[in-house]
Design a protein. Sequence first.
Length: 291
Amino acid sequence: MTKIRKEIILAIFIVLFGTVSWFLLYRFLYFDGGTTFLILTVLGFLFLGISIGLGSLLINKKIILYSALALSLLSFFIFFRDSEEAFYYFIALVLTFVSLVIYQKRVKHEEKARIKLHFWRIFRKGLPLVFTFFCILVSLAYYFSPDIMKAEKTKIEIPRDIFNVVIKPLEGLIGERLPKGVDLDSDINKFLPPDQVRELERQFGIKIDKGDTGRDVLYQLVDYQLNNITGPYKKFIPLGLAIGLFFTLRILSILLVAFIVLFSYFIVRILISTGFAKILATSVEVEDIEI
């Protein structure tokens, strides 16, 4: 097999794993893929990282490598093609492509700078930068996904168990202001006459059922006030979740990069043992000066 064909094969794998990774990410974000698609997405990016590392090391013709990298990134638009977000995706993809070019140059520089090839150090150079931009892309796709956009309209609800724990130390103080013989667990009709109960329902938009206790009504009032206070800030919830996801992915990518480097090392060894790749000993002329 000729060298050019081997390089084309590696380039095809880059495009293939790139396309598969974006497809899996799309299924996970837009169709609630669950744990199965989460694991498959991580594996997709693992193999994409390995193929990029091998391609950056073994593909010498830049036109083949850069075309493969560009196509693997542009395949993103096959699945994430909403026109409103296209501009943001395009900017992120361009920056990701620049990071891939930087990574390729660092790999080649590290390869030429060493007398004996040290694959661990070669593959590690620049890979964290690449996955920083992959994390940005994933976070951006997450930000524009349907589920997270619904978060802005989601009603905040305090878990009842947590409310009961928080209100416990205040029961004595509240009890001092209640009529004699009445506590928070008494029927609401012992607190207020029916017309005031209806006024509470109208003013705060809550539903007080027959048999509800003072504790039940207080829970609804606190829940209403919480949503009323946080209402103007709910539009920032999707952004906050996306930023939180980015930093989470950035931390997890440290482990992913280590696996990519490890598996890339073993795959290179397999390629060498099968004759697909080979190590060449070359002599290098160096300048020296003496008197």
